[in-house]
Write a protein that binds this ligand. Structure first.
Ligand code: 6PG
Length: 242
């Protein structure tokens, strides 16, 4: 199923078809990109890990796409790359290293600095890499059980004021400090892909796409503001309550 919604395009299909769809969306974006280098932010959490394993298989990603892409992650925790909680560390272990992506095409957030300085250092790197006013050509996101996406947790201060900057550090309470793309950053992404898999996400997805709560309580609703570039890739289990 492929339909238009207030929050972007909604594609409901079996996992393997969704995984291949990610590649098609990235390729389409590569053909129309305007930025200096082609950039792709993978998402954090558990959900993308199966996709990474699939994408690391020979032939899953076109070699010319891999060769051209600069990889990063759309949000990060303040942990080192060897930590199992590191989003970029997991992307490296499951995808970038198996594919042989060169060091100069890997762009982790610099977690050695204190959070605000880490976000600023990343912003400067991105300015050089992607050019002024550009964030990611492809931005992958996940959906948390509480309706969060990226590091926009319920009650996030980033919805009131993100400083007009594409990236920020945010205090996520019990989850600690996070580094994340901001609402401003989302507006300059090329293609935004939200992958939602498994029955554990069904209620959160219903609250985003069908519920009437405020954005501040269900932060993924902010994607309505960039719906022209959003594709939701949802498996049948996650779509069960729509
Ligand atoms: C992170 C991201 C988060 C994630 C969703 C889904 O955890 O680093 O901030 O937005 O993409 O919470 O995560 P799961 O797939 O682990 O449920």
């Amino acid at each position: 199923m492929d339909t238009a919604t207030e929050y972007g395009r909604l594609v409901i299909a079996p996992r393997e078809a969704l995984f291949a769809h990610v590649v098609a969306l990235a390729e389409a974006q590569r053909q129309r990109r305007a930025s200096r280098h082609f950039t792709w932010a993978l998402s954090g959490g558990q959900t993308p890990q199966d996709w990474c394993r699939w994408a690391a298989q020979p032939g899953a990603l076109p070699p010319e796409l891999v060769a051209e892409t600069h990889f990063t992650v759309s949000d990060e925790r303040m942990v080192t790359l060897n930590d199992a909680q590191s989003n970029f560390g997991n992307a490296e272990r499951l995808l970038l290293s198996p594919l042989g992506v060169p060091r100069e095409h890997r762009h982790p957030w610099v977690v050695a600095y204190e959070p605000a300085a880490a976000a600023e250092a990343y912003r400067r790197t991105w300015l050089i890499l992607a050019g002024p006013g550009a964030s990611y050509d492809v931005c992958m996101l996940g959906l948390g059980d509480d309706g969060h996406t990226a590091s926009f947790f319920p009650g996030t201060p980033l919805f009131t004021d993100d400083g007009g900057l594409p990236f920020a550090a945010v205090d996520a309470g019990a989850k600690g400090w996070r580094l994340t793309i901001t609402p401003t950053g989302l507006r300059t992404c090329g293609s935004i892909i939200v992958m939602v898999l498994g029955s554990g996400k069904a209620e959160a997805l219903r609250r985003v796409l069908r519920g009437n709560e405020e954005w501040s309580q269900v932060p993924a609703k902010i994607l309505a503001t960039v719906s022209d570039r959003v594709t939701w890739l949802v498996d049948e289990a996650a779509a069960a309550r729509l």
